[in-house]
Design a protein around this ligand. Structure first.
Ligand code: PLP
Length: 393
């Protein structure tokens, strides 16, 4: 079975159209395209002599640094609970491959979860999110879905939550998460909490990780692709649950990781150790990026809503998830009916690459837009630094 990543496929189409001389504004890919922090470049430059294989889980220094990162966020962590990998996507895949049973996914949720579930032979149980709940299922609805699944003889083993959420760019409130953790406990689900956008929450004090509510059943995945804009460097990690479940997952993950990637590239472990120790310049870079994303997302949201689209107000990262159904009348004559057709029309006729909501397992109508585009952030590295340092982004 060949499954193409929806985001990567769109990216390839955009590249091909650009190579053929078309101008394309790419609102589909999940990165901010910000420049690399100079101090991070220096750490990498100083690490090029590291050419030995290291421990599968990552060096003790890099894991210790990540343990400190979590502890500063109210989640005491032992370095043994941390495992690095080439991107959090790889770690998510490894996790799904060691779990038995079906995976509960909010609908919509990030494109790769369902694809990875398919590749690892896991069934997907979709749980619709509520309009206001920041990308997580509404608790009563979730229980109904789980009861229905059980009645059908299915065995839900884990649920993936994205906090803050991609595609909706929103953040689930703490009360909602407490209710979900309670359900996870009653249904004996492992919670996999994808916190790759965590440091891009516009009001960080509102963030609550399920790992602080149910530490013995929550895996957190994260990495440096988003807040540090280092997607191409492929630095990801997982923080495993406290206690016995965490220990057994670690053994299983080491088994899978050891046979696939052996370890995160040694120079990248140096970078991770440095960034997760959170020196002043890293903290400043992340907070400038967050401010820029907030300013741009909020402005684009205003434009979309005033044009008549329905769209949740953004609370994190650089995505908006408008439902353009109310604008359908304006597409008269184009024969476009849903988000998929609209995404196709935007790319082919208007040179704008976006992902349709259906790619996220959602009903037709919605589109996911990445607002962190060169159009708004700048084309050159110099312009992007200027955007980052702007007093009034
Ligand atoms: N999780 C979510 C929700 C994402 O949007 C992405 C990237 O688009 C990833 C994970 C992948 O992160 P990584 O670069 O660490 O593999």
């Amino acid at each position: 079975m060949v499954v193409h990543s929806a985001t990567l496929e769109l990216d390839e189409r955009v590249r091909a159209r650009r190579a053929a001389g078309h101008h394309v504004v790419h609102l589909g890919f999940g990165e901010a395209g910000l420049p690399v922090l100079p101090e991070v470049r220096e750490v990498l430059a100083g690490a090029t002599g590291l050419n030995s294989y290291g421990p599968v889980v990552g060096s003790a220094e890099a894991r210790g640094s990540a343990a400190g990162y979590f502890a500063r966020r109210g989640l005491p962590t032992e370095p043994e609970q941390v495992i690095y990998g080439p991107g959090s996507k790889a770690l998510l895949f490894a996790l799904l491959s060691v779990l038995g049973g079906d995976i509960v996914l909010p609908r919509p949720s990030w494109v790769s979860y369902a694809a990875q579930a398919g590749l690892t032979g896991r069934g997907v149980i979709g749980a619709p999110i509520s309009e206001v709940a920041g990308g997580v299922p509404e608790p009563n609805g979730l229980e109904r879905v789980l009861e229905g699944a059980r009645a059908d003889g299915r065995k839900p083993a884990a649920m993936i939550l994205t906090l803050p959420d991609n595609p909706t760019g929103t953040l689930a409130p703490a009360e909602q998460l407490e209710a979900i953790c309670d359900i996870a406990q009653r249904y004996e689900l492992l919670l996999i909490c994808d916190e790759i956008y965590r440091d891009l929450v516009y009001h960080p004090e509102r963030f609550r990780s399920p790992a602080t509510i149910a530490p013995e059943r929550t895996v957190v995945t994260s990495g440096l692709s988003k807040a540090m804009a280092l997607g191409g460097w492929r630095i990801g990690l997982a923080r495993l649950p406290d206690g016995r479940w965490g220990t057994s997952l670690r053994t299983e993950l080491v088994g899978v990781a050891g046979e696939i990637w052996s370890s995160l590239a040694a120079p990248m472990q140096e970078v991770a150790g440095y960034v997760y120790s959170e020196p002043e310049e890293v903290v400043a870079y992340v907070s400038r990026g967050r401010r820029l994303h907030e300013a741009v997302s909020t402005a684009v949201h205003r434009v979309l809503v005033s044009a008549g689209a329905r769209c949740r107000p953004p609370q994190a990262a650089f995505y908006l998830y408008p439902d353009l159904a109310p604008l359908r009348g304006r597409l008269a004559g184009t024969r476009v009916t849903g988000g998929t057709g609209l995404a196709e029309l935007l790319l082919e006729r208007h040179g704008v690459g976006v992902l349709a909501g259906t790619m996220f397992g959602d009903d037709p109508g919605a589109l996911r837009l990445r607002v962190a585009t060169s159009l708004l952030y700048g084309d050159t590295e110099e312009q992007r630094w200027r955007s980052l340092h702007s007093e009034n982004p």
